[in-house]
Design a protein around this ligand. Sequence first.
Ligand SMILES: Cc1cc2nc3c(=O)[nH]c(=O)nc-3n(C[C@H](O)[C@H](O)[C@H](O)COP(=O)(O)OP(=O)(O)OC[C@H]3O[C@@H](n4cnc5c(N)ncnc54)[C@H](O)[C@@H]3O)c2cc1C
Length: 249
Amino acid sequence: MVESTVFGDRRPQMQKYDVEVLRSWQETPTTHAVQVRKPKDFDFKPGQFAVVRVNTGDGEEARPLSIASSPLRDHLEFATKDSGSPFKETLHAMEPGETLSIQGPAGGFVYKEDENEPIIMLSGGIGITPLKSIIEYVVDKDIDREIDLAYSNSTREEIAFMDRLEELEEEHDNIHVDYFITREPHTGVPEEYKTGRIEARMLKKDRIWNEDAIYYICGPPQMVDSMVHMLEEEGIPDEQIRTEQFSGY
Ligand SMILES: Cc1cc2nc3c(=O)[nH]c(=O)nc-3n(C[C@H](O)[C@H](O)[C@H](O)COP(=O)(O)OP(=O)(O)OC[C@H]3O[C@@H](n4cnc5c(N)ncnc54)[C@H](O)[C@@H]3O)c2cc1C
């Protein structure tokens, strides 16, 4: 069975922390990011999430959000897609010095230290968050493991963390990123981007394919389901496929 476990193989101890907002910025026209100070005893695995809680004025609202930064850094990063919901409006309006609460960590969609097969990541939109945490961790720890990221977005301006990803790719020979753009006419898209959805044919053509790789897939449920289906049709064993679905989209 494909691994897809919000809480992993055991219920986590969801300890609660109040944390200070350090930075808050618009990452793309529809994506917002925040950095908060990491509590000293908040240990998490790359890929895990926390339940983020804010006070909207009409009461508390909480959402599970993947941590987008490496556990080896002294901050935690989150990024969310705008929707106009009271939770998002409140989170996006927060300024440095304010506090929000986090509970966690939790989740079984994690980087595993005892493996060394190449990793292929398939990401849709805001689904980049846990994958960015894993990539940053691998480079922070200087782990010599090949990672190929195929990152799909509707338009080029919607690619979240593109500067950071470009930097990671330039500075580390084992990190490779390919961008897929689904909603721009391909005549207007420069050659270094791929147009259309992520498909096995495209991945194979661009050598983002390895039958022995571990596949990490993250994005909206429909995208994750279609990627799993694609891999299964291509004969990739379920044990090599890990998924995180951002329910709510
Ligand atoms: C493991 C995991 C990691 C995720 N990581 C991210 C991430 O990194 N970035 C990101 O943008 N999104 C992430 N999500 C999705 C996120 O949790 C929200 O569901 C999504 O952002 C929509 O929230 P909203 O406030 O915009 O939408 P809304 O329309 O307000 O709500 C969307 C859904 O959430 C339900 N909901 C409403 N109130 C609550 C509540 N208090 N607690 C829980 N659910 C509620 C609603 O019934 C509705 O089905 C993740 C989801 C999961 C399960």
